[in-house]
Design a protein around this ligand. Structure first.
Ligand SMILES: [Zn+2]
Length: 319
């Protein structure tokens, strides 16, 4: 019988769940509001939702493990949600162990953007031994750093907070509390604000299609290139993946973004031969990445789950 995994993608707005097979196909996909996780008993609610899902699709007996993505800082050993400003119900929770106790299945945790990049690396058939950067412009500015075949976490698991690099001359306060983070300009939230001021009659999703030559929109797209080029100049990646809801909007001027990135990237290197790829944003991508994460870690932990994951990450660091 085929072995399956479940991917769970908990965003600030939407909660998504689906079953993933060995080939990376997603089926029985569902999307709900994340509002149910804003309370204190978020882990219990999540366990209840996953159990209900497995009953509804009668997959329980075939599922080997579950991969969960959160829009939060996740500890280096991937056992703890450290800082979840959009979903305080998950803050400081040992989420995998709490879920395992209720679901009796191995559960694996990671940042949502790492799941997106995991899925995109596979979809784009990129070389998984290389250095690959993921830039996801959605509500905020998401970033995943994959260095020489491994996701980079940093000391606290907070690496890749590219939306919060400070920019010269910005005076607005960011959602993180700091002043002048690039996310106040480079994010879906910033685009929404701009669109409301300039085109109150146009749905945000249509602004690029309806107003293709507006200088303020072109400026917005050029600004997105600044943090992207900065990280490319630091890490000289083999490939950079560009995606997220904003880049997937109808009429989004991809050529303008590419030209602006090239303008800011240092010459002759890393500019020469720079490999930039657009990945089509998909609501199932995080779920797919979660299922793939669970499958990869089950192979390494021998199905022992969260309790064994720490050893996997420690081994990687010493090897
Ligand atoms: Zn910030």
């Amino acid at each position: 019988m085929e072995q399956l995994t479940i991917g769970v993608d908990i965003g600030g707005t939407n909660f998504r769940i689906g079953t993933v097979d060995a080939a990376g196909n997603v089926f029985d996909f569902e999307s709900h509001s994340s509002a149910m996780f804003r309370k204190e008993d978020a882990a219990e609610v999540l366990a209840h939702v996953i159990l209900g899902y497995m009953e509804r699709y009668a997959v329980r007996g075939r599922v080997r493990g579950i991969g969960v993505g959160v829009p939060a800082v996740v500890s280096r050993d991937k056992r703890l949600v450290r800082s979840a400003p959009n979903l305080p119900g998950f803050d400081s929770l040992a989420l995998p162990e709490l879920l395992e106790a209720q679901l009796c299945l191995p559960v694996f945790l990671d940042r949502d953007v790492n799941l997106l990049l995991r899925s995109d690396i596979d979809t784009l058939r990129l070389d998984a031994d290389k250095t690959i950067l993921g830039f996801y412009v959605g509500t905020g500015f998401g970033n995943a750093i994959y260095l020489d075949g491994r996701f980079y976490a940093g000391k606290n698991g907070a690496a890749g907070e590219l939306g919060h690099i400070p920019m010269l001359d910005l005076t607005e306060t960011c959602s993180c509390g700091n002043v002048g983070c690039c996310e106040v300009r480079c994010s879906g939230r910033a685009l929404e604000q701009l669109a409301r001021q300039l085109f109150p009659e146009t749905p945000v999703r249509q602004v690029f299609a309806k107003h293709p030559d507006h200088p303020a929109l072109e400026r917005f797209v050029r600004d997105l290139a600044v943090p992207i080029a900065a990280e490319i100049n630091i890490l000289d990646p083999d490939c950079a993946v560009l995606s997220g809801g904003v880049l997937g909007m109808p009429g989004f001027p991809r050529a303008v973004l590419l030209a602006a990135i090239h303008a800011h990237v240092r010459k002759p290197y890393p500019a020469t031969g720079l490999d930039l790829r657009f990945a089509e944003p998909s609501p199932t991508s995080g779920v797919r990445g979660g299922g793939m994460l669970a499958r990869a870690l089950l192979a390494q932990t021998g199905s022992r789950g969260a309790y064994a994951v720490q050893a996997v990450y420690e081994k990687r660091e010493s090897s």
